[in-house]
Design a binder for this molecule. Structure first.
Ligand code: SF4
Length: 377
């Protein structure tokens, strides 16, 4: 059942929508193997409407689920290693710098350790789905500044952040850093996260209060996040990597299979904000980009839709407008996220929010968007 401080779906607690139930599958760090990825597409086809949505935190959602599918869906996900704990289903929210491990040290070990430590701590089953752990390697993209508990690796040391502020610890050992992150999360639960608040910043005293419980003090804020990855092919230490994008954050099951087929053997996909999919390639870069462009994915920032996103629109009972049909580039706004109501679900950090106020009326920055819409093609 969803609580007042946790409306986020999971695999055990689904979210009801106009088109059926929605399940969210957590992918800590945004990492997913080819086998898991293709299986996610198969789950969407078998149990839902056949589409896979990539969330702003690099998790995935399947929707249009029919009544009675929760148990078989969860059981299949568990067999794939995508649901290691029913009790901690919605607590495993971990973002990571999506380019880590590509020409620089990997964060996968740290993400895996943190995930295992969250699941091993019974108290942390209370963490709401909005609570965020971030693991950053200095290249950004993990939303460290907007996280509740963050770890940033700088050289051989790892810094602890609480509510986006440096908490004074620089730890030389990964295990100690993970342990400090768990201590901070446990302190947050003790102060009311999961019962009276969903984020540390919403607690009385915020990050300062959480830090004090574990004998620390918060200082400077993390650098602001640099948002979405550029689309296209890059080389990282001799490895070709394609960053592709899901249009309005959504992939068909066929597109899921196709992206998985291009992943270099033994590597992992990384899912990131604004529907970005980082694919270490098995195929020649131009060929891979051509295949995905032909299949309807975004492969270049020259595509007019590269900066456009949308929430689930009319599938959500709160939506005032069919924002997925309305979403388009707006003159004067390089990046927009179209939302069916003021909640603004799924908005990337780097986008201007276009909020529906009626079936054909929108606001940007609190102002009527009529002029921008009039100029849109
Ligand atoms: S922004 Fe509003 S309409 Fe869109 S998914 Fe969220 S609650 Fe629903």
């Amino acid at each position: 059942m969803q609580s007042a401080v946790d409306a986020c779906p999971g695999m055990i607690t689904l979210h009801p929508a106009r088109d059926g139930d929605v399940a969210r599958i957590r992918l800590p760090g945004g990492y997913v193997t080819a086998r898991q990825w293709v299986a996610v597409g198969a789950l969407a086809r078998e149990f839902g409407d056949g589409n896979v949505d990539i969330t702003a935190r690099g998790n995935v959602q399947v929707r249009g689920l029919r009544p009675g599918t929760c148990a078989p869906l969860a059981s299949r996900a568990a067999r794939l290693g995508l649901l290691p704990s029913g009790s901690h289903d919605r607590a495993r929210n971990i973002t990571a710098s999506p380019l880590a491990g590509l020409g620089r040290p990997s964060l996968r070990g740290m993400v895996r350790s943190l995930d295992a430590a969250i699941v091993a701590e019974p108290v942390l089953a209370a963490l709401p789905g909005r609570f965020l752990f971030a693991v950053d390697d200095g290249t950004g993209g993990a939303a460290l500044a907007r996280s509740d508990v963050g770890l940033r690796r700088i050289g051989s040391r790892t810094q602890l952040f609480i509510a986006g502020q440096f908490a004074g610890l620089r730890l030389p050992v990964q295990a100690a850093a993970v342990s400090a992150a768990i201590d901070a999360a446990r302190a947050a639960v003790g102060l009311g996260v999961g019962t009276s608040a969903s984020r540390i910043r919403d607690l009385p005293g915020g990050g300062r209060a959480v830090a004090a419980v574990i004998g620390l003090a918060v200082g400077p804020s993390a650098p602001p996040d640099d948002g979405r990855l550029p689309l296209g092919v890059s080389g990282f230490a001799g490895r070709d990597v394609l960053v592709a994008g899901a249009r309005l954050g959504r992939l068909s099951a066929a597109q899921v299979t196709l992206t998985g087929s291009l992943l270099r053997r033994g590597d992992m996909l990384r899912l990131a904000t604004a529907g970005r999919i980082v694919i270490p390639l098995s195929a020649a870069p131009a060929v891979a980009a051509g295949i995905l462009a032909d299949a309807g994915l975004l492969t270049s920032d020259d595509d007019p839709m590269a900066g456009v996103g949308a929430c689930s629109g009319m599938a959500c009972s709160r939506s005032l407008s069919d924002v997925r049909a309305a979403a388009r580039p707006l003159p004067g706004y390089a990046r927009t996220h179209w939302a069916g109501c003021a909640r603004g679900c799924g908005a990337p950090n780097d986008a201007d929010l276009v909020i529906a106020t009626g079936p054909d009326s929108f606001q940007i920055g609190g102002q009527p968007a009529d002029a921008a819409l009039a100029g849109a093609s």
